[in-house]
Design a binder for this molecule. Structure first.
Ligand code: NAG
Ligand code: NAG
Ligand code: NAG
Length: 315
């Protein structure tokens, strides 16, 4: 057995370094300090300014706060290789600089999505937790709920829906069946959860616009029921691919967010949104607000939106 007094005595008996080595150490520390100041500080400053380029009057410098939760969302699918590379490179810059918890992928084919596959194989910073829509096509149930902790004991629910079975809800019997069981699950999940924020991801937009009524008529009833469920349970965000309501449509306490993609798929009448811009979204969540940054594949913040909790919106 080793006596602890022995250890104590032994350490006291160690030779003190001579004054020569003390001076050498101090000189080395000064040099290291100088190098740290000149090399690290300019870098630290440029990390914040280089993260995004800013446009359209967004003038504040982005500073990630460790108390906030960050996630990305992106429209999956296949793109020409150079467009895909540009987009993934910008997503990687953000993921390298901000502690992004997960990525939401608006995909038609779940985890088989080519963007997801390429990102997780070729971009180490993007090799993280991805949640993709369209997993129902891989024989899974296709819908799920994940809960994430926020500061101050709050929490965020991420709900992934499988819209595939809803498309024919009013026609095919089997479509109606899986639609009904999913809807029951959604209502139950929302009623039982006491999370402060509810973000729902579904591939298809559920807002109807007049110019699209005809082609969307078959889905109207199901989407209308869904929107009522959102309102009843105070859902905060519904994320989908971009539809005729554009990139960000706020109604009451809720935001309908459309992820734009490489292809123009909507016949939008809004000039600024009728572009070919490929984008991904950065979402910041804290107990007070959800902030959404639309970032294009050149790294410019195209727009930024802030959503408060239900009942706290400032009009
Ligand atoms: C995946 O990404 C890498 C790097 O950007 C690129 O060279 C490659 O062509 C991509 N592969 C596919 C199938 O898109
Ligand atoms: C599904 O079928 C049930 C019963 O047949 C019906 O009440 C319900 O409205 C249908 N759902 C939709 C979205 O049409
Ligand atoms: C877009 O809508 C306008 C008016 O509704 C129509 O004339 C035009 O053909 C549409 N374009 C496409 C590409 O669908």
């Amino acid at each position: 057995m080793v006596d602890s007094n022995d250890i104590h005595r032994h350490s006291l008996q160690r030779k003190r370094p001579s004054w020569v080595s003390t001076v050498v150490v101090q000189v080395l520390l000064c040099v290291a300090f100088y190098v740290a100041i000149t090399v690290w500080f300019p870098r630290a400053r440029s990390r914040n300014t280089e993260l995004f380029k800013r446009k359209n009057g967004i003038s504040d410098i982005f500073v990630a706060r460790s108390t906030d939760l960050y996630f990305l969302s992106v429209r999956g699918g296949s793109r020409p290789v150079h467009s895909q590379t540009q987009l993934l490179q910008q997503m990687e810059i953000v993921a390298k600089n901000i502690d992004v918890k997960f990525i939401l992928d608006l995909s038609e084919v779940g985890e088989n999505d080519p963007l997801l596959q390429n990102a997780t194989q070729h971009y180490p910073s993007l090799n993280m937790l991805w949640y993709a829509t369209g997993n129902g096509k891989n024989g899974n149930e296709g819908y799920l709920l994940k809960q994430f902790a926020l500061s101050h004991g709050q929490s965020l629910d991420i709900i992934i829906l499988d819209m595939e079975s809803w498309k024919n809800a009013e026609h095919k019997e089997e479509g109606n069946l899986s639609y009904t069981s999913q809807m029951d699950w959604l209502k139950k999940s929302l009623a039982e959860s006491d999370s402060n924020w509810r973000v729902i991801l579904g591939y298809d937009p559920v807002i109807d616009c007049e110019e699209h009524l005809e082609e969307r008529r078959r889905n109207l009833k199901a989407y209308h029921i869904l929107r009522d469920v959102f309102l009843k349970h105070k859902v905060n965000v519904y994320l989908s691919k971009m539809g005729c309501a554009g990139r960000y449509f706020q109604y009451s306490g809720m935001a309908y967010i459309g992820n734009p993609s490489y292809h123009v798929e909507t016949n939008t009448t809004r000039e600024e949104e009728a572009t070919n811009d490929d984008m991904f979204l950065l979402h910041r969540v804290n107990p007070l607000e959800i902030e959404t940054y639309f970032i294009d594949s050149s790294g410019e913040v195209v727009s930024r939106h802030t959503l408060s909790q239900w009942g706290n919106s400032v009009l």
